[in-house]
Design a protein around this ligand. Structure first.
Ligand code: BGC
Length: 361
C-alpha cells in the first residue's frame, strides 16, 4: 500500500468514526455536552430538543418576589418591561418566572385562574420573546400542596390544566416547570403521586413541550435521584437548587429562624469550601448521564445581608462550576433581596452581575 492510500484509509476511518459518534450522540451520555440553543424548536427530534432547550436556559435570571407574591408589589417590585430588556442586554439567555398561580385560582372545580392575571403574565412572556429570551413558566409556592397533599392534588392538576392549555401555542423556548421546591407534607412519595397525576394532563395539551422537574426536599440535588420520570418521556429537564452552605447563603434572612446568628459567616472558596460545590454538582451530572437527561440549576444565590466579598466569591464559584459541567443555571434573583439590579436606580450591581456574566456583551 502506498502512503497516499494509507492516509486515505485512515481519513475515511476517522470520518466513519465521526459519523458514528454523531449518530450515537443523542443517545449517549455525551449528549450532556451543550447543544445549540437554536435547536430548541418543535422540529428538533428528542432527546436533542430537551438538551437544546436546556442550552437556551444557559444563563437564566429568576424574576422572583414579583409574581410569586400573593399580590404583585407586595414584596416591593412591580413588573416592568425593563426587567426583561436589561437582562437580555447584559447577556442572560432566559427568564424564570416564579409565579404563584395558586393565589390566583378558585377553590371549586375547575379552579378558574383570574383572566386579568393571565393577561399580566402574557405581557411578560411576550416581552421576553420580543427580546429573544427563553421563558420558564414556573409553578411557585403552591402552598396547598405542601400543606394538604392528600386533598389538594385535584386543584393542583386543575390549575396546571389551565396554564398548560393557555400557553400551548407558545414556541418551544417557553418551558414549563411543574413545581418549585416540593417540601413540608409533600414528601417524596406524595410528590411522585402528584407528578404522575399532573404529567398526562400537561401532556394532553402540550405533547411536545419541554418540562422541568425536580425532586422533593426543596429541589435538593440528592432528591433528584428519588423522582421517577417516565423513561418514555425524553422531553424532561432535571432541576435542583443549591444554597449550600445554607448558613452562608441565608445569613440574616428574616424568613429563616436563627439565621441572625450566622451573620458574618465568610467564604473564601478554598479547597475545602469547593468540595461541597464540586461533589453536589458532580452528583447531578451523574444523574443526568445515567438517565440521559439535561440538568438545570434553577436557583442559587446569597442573601444581601451576607458578607459581600464572600457573596461575590461563592456566586462566581457556583456559576463557574455549573458551566464547567454544562449545567444551565438561573440566579436567584433579579431585583429583590438577592438582587443583582438596584430597583431604586435601575442600575446593575456591577460587581455581582460580573460574577455571573464575565464581560459586557
Ligand atoms: C423562594 C424565595 C426565597 C428563595 C431563597 C425561593 O425559592 O421562593 O422566597 O427568597 O427561595 O430562600
Amino acid at each position: 500500500m502506498n502512503s497516499q492510500l494509507v492516509i486515505g484509509l485512515v481519513r475515511s476511518k476517522k470520518i466513519a468514526l465521526l459519523a458514528l459518534t454523531l449518530l450515537l450522540l443523542p443517545f449517549s451520555a455525551q449528549a450532556l455536552e451543550t447543544v445549540s440553543a437554536k435547536l430548541c424548536d418543535f422540529k428538533t427530534p428528542l432527546p436533542e430538543r430537551a438538551f437544546a432547550c436546556n442550552a437556551a436556559l444557559a444563563r437564566t435570571i429568576n424574576l422572583g418576589n414579583i409574581f410569586d407574591s400573593v399580590r404583585e408589589g407586595m414584596q416591593g417590585a412591580v413588573y416592568q418591561d425593563e426587567f426583561v430588556e436589561m437582562p437580555k442586554k447584559a447577556g442572560f439567555t432566559a427568564v424564570r418566572l416564579a409565579i404563584r398561580w395558586d393565589a390566583r385560582a378558585g377553590y371549586q372545580d375547575p379552579y378558574p385562574i383570574q383572566p386579568q392575571f393571565f393577561e399580566r403574565i402574557d405581557g411578560v412572556v411576550k416581552a421576553a420573546k420580543a427580546n429573544g429570551l427563553a421563558v420558564i413558566i414556573d409553578m411557585h409556592h403552591f402552598v396547598g400542596m405542601t400543606m394538604f397533599p392528600d386533598t389538594e392534588v385535584p386543584r393542583f392538576v386543575g390549575v396546571w390544566k389551565q396554564v398548560a392549555e393557555h400557553y400551548k401555542n407558545e414556541p418551544a423556548t417557553v418551558v414549563f416547570e411543574v413545581m418549585n421546591e416540593p417540601h413540608g407534607k409533600l414528601n417524596p412519595e406524595k410528590w411522585q403521586k402528584a407528578f404522575d397525576a399532573v404529567l398526562p394532563v400537561i401532556r394532553a395539551s402540550n405533547p411536545d413541550r419541554t418540562l422541568i422537574v425536580g425532586g422533593s426536599e426543596w429541589n435538593s440535588a440528592a432528591s433528584l435521584e428519588n423522582i421517577e420520570l417516565p423513561a418514555s418521556d425524553k422531553n424532561i429537564i432535571g432541576t435542583f437548587h443549591f444554597y449550600e452552605p445554607f448558613y452562608l447563603t441565608h445569613q440574616g434572612a428574616e424568613w429563616v429562624s436563627g439565621s441572625t446568628a450566622w451573620l458574618g459567616t465568610k467564604w473564601t472558596g478554598d479547597a475545602d469550601d469547593m468540595v461541597l460545590i464540586n461533589t453536589t454538582l458532580d452528583r447531578v451530572v451523574n444523574w443526568g448521564k445515567a438517565y440521559n437527561r439535561p440538568v438545570f440549576l434553577g436557583e442559587f444565590g446569597v442573601y444581601s445581608k451576607a458578607d459581600h466579598p464572600s457573596r461575590l466569591a461563592w456566586t462566581r464559584a457556583v456559576r463557574k462550576a455549573a458551566e464547567e459541567r454544562n449545567i444551565s443555571w438561573a440566579y436567584w434573583e433579579l431585583m429583590s433581596s438577592f438582587g443583582i439590579l438596584d430597583p431604586r436606580t435601575m442600575m446593575w450591581r456591577e460587581d455581582l452581575l460580573r460574577t455571573l456574566i464575565d464581560a459586557k456583551p
